[in-house]
Design a protein around this ligand. Structure first.
Ligand code: GDP
Length: 430
């Protein structure tokens, strides 16, 4: 059976921690979309890791980790990350890289930076990892698949054609140096040797694993709000962040996905540009304090280090985020972070043009939305590390009950710290 672990919000919900925990009882963990543009923070017996491209199952010798065909594969970054985790004492993981995955090229990264610079104040706040140009090229059919690396004449001719187009843009739109297709081919051929042992037919592997009754985890990157179709377009990413996309990006059969675990934080955070709509944002001193106390080291991007915008829990966005994921259950992380507050505001409605709604709107209306808050009493207690849900303070449990009622998805896990064992199990009241 397939379980998906996906984000209900803007990303950084703590999916890495939940995947690392559930991987214990799983056989396969698959990344099915996105690239190295976001980081999953995992803290376990080996230390602290910010995984960008490797699946979060790499810490278990019994788990096979798969980089699915839907991923934007930066081979250089993959090779570096493998070396990094091995240097931190993790045994060489079992890994299969899809032969159909496409390669994120150095020219995608350049194009991303050039375009953000050209846009200036209108920039999207991209991480400049090349993700948007990569997916554009995939759908324009000028992308290069991993399998192309093993057919040199084909690689050369496809790369020459792709670079021809890039050079027109680079020279005439961005006034930047041309890319040398020949040098790039040589570089790819040498990197090819580093990934050769891992390349395989992941689709057949996964189908066989399912036939054998194995448990497969799909590990999502970012969250519902960043989906290009159902998110806050155009402040979205360029691949689908929804569990449903696992059927394409990993090749799992739709009917095999039995469980969709939506991860959401006890407050909100959002990376990206300041122009991005973020209705429940808290700014000023209160925002600085929440940012400083958030996550395991404050709310700062795992990939970029940039400060994340923070806000109170948003039930309008999260209810929608769980709906579009098809959530069967929700995991609430970072409840421990809120223990310093007398009162905790929760955004339970959006006021748009004088009317209050709890239905998540399209972007133009979202940009006009004002938050409607309900204040709940805090618990003023340090609950970090608590692993027994019943032992939590009454106000902390009332807070979780309130969120569950508003998002309409059973909250079955409540996390009380960044470490693997800092987790409680809860019986839903829905
Ligand atoms: P992901 O991309 O969804 O995996 O999330 P990130 O790793 O970017 O961000 C989640 C942050 O919260 C990381 O710093 C985690 O170590 C941290 N974290 C996860 N769960 C908890 C929790 O329950 N409490 C606290 N304090 N931090 C947590």
């Amino acid at each position: 059976m397939v379980k998906a672990i996906v984000g209900a919000n803007w990303g950084d919900e703590g999916k890495g921690k939940v995947t690392d925990l559930l991987a214990q009882q799983s056989d396969v963990v698959i990344r099915f979309q996105g690239g190295a543009n976001a980081g999953h923070t995992i803290i376990n017996d080996y230390g602290r890791f910010a995984l960008h491209i490797l699946p979060s199952g790499i810490f278990y010798p019994h788990v096979t980790n798969v980089i699915g065909n839907g991923v934007a594969l930066d081979i250089g970054k993959l090779v570096d990350e493998l070396a990094q985790v091995e240097a931190q004492g993790v045994p060489a993981p079992r890994l299969i890289v899809s032969d159909r995955a496409q390669l994120l090229m150095p020219y995608h990264i350049l194009q991303d930076s050039y375009e953000e610079a050209r846009l200036g104040g209108r920039a999207f706040g991209s991480t400049k990892s090349g993700i948007a140009p990569f997916y554009s090229d995939k759908y324009a059919k000028t992308g290069i698949q991993v399998c192309d690396l093993f057919d040199e004449p084909r690689l050369r001719s496809r790369l020459t054609a792709a670079v021809e187009l890039k050079n027109v843009l680079f020279e005439h739109l961005y006034h930047q140096p041309r890319v040398d297709a020949e040098a790039l081919t040589e570089q790819l051929l040498s990197l090819r040797e580093r990934i050769r042992p891992f390349v395989g037919d992941t689709v057949s592997f996964i189908h066989q694993a399912l036939k054998d009754g194995k448990t497969v985890l799909l590990e999502g990157q970012l969250g519902s709000m960043k989906d290009p179709d159902l998110g806050i377009f155009p402040m979205t990413t360029s691949s689908h962040t929804l569990a449903g996309y696992g059927c394409v990006g990993a090749g799992v059969p739709p009917a095999a996905i039995e469980d969709v675990i939506c991860v959401t934080k006890a407050y909100s955070s959002c990376v990206g540009s300041q122009t991005e709509p973020f209705v429940s944002e808290v700014t000023g001193q209160a925002g600085d304090e929440l940012r400083r106390r958030g996550g395991d080291r404050g709310e700062f991007g795992a990939t970029t280090g940039r400060p994340r915008r923070v806000g109170w829990f948003d039930t309008v966005a999260t209810k929608y985020g769980c709906m579009v994921q098809g959530a069967t259950q929700a995991a609430l992380t970072c409840l421990d972070v809120l223990g310093y507050l007398d009162e905790i505001p929760v955004c339970t409605g959006y006021e748009i043009d004088g009317t209050v709604t709890d239905t998540f709107p399209t972007t133009p209306a979202l940009l006009r939305a004002r938050p409607v808050f309900t204040n709940l009493p805090g618990w003023k207690q340090n609950i970090r590390g608590c692993s027994d849900y019943d032992a939590l303070p009454a106000n902390a449990k009332a807070y979780v009950d309130f969120l569950e009622r508003h998002i309409g998805t059973p909250i079955t896990m409540v996390s009380t710290g960044p470490k693997r064992e800092e987790m409680t199990r809860r019986t839903s009241k829905l």
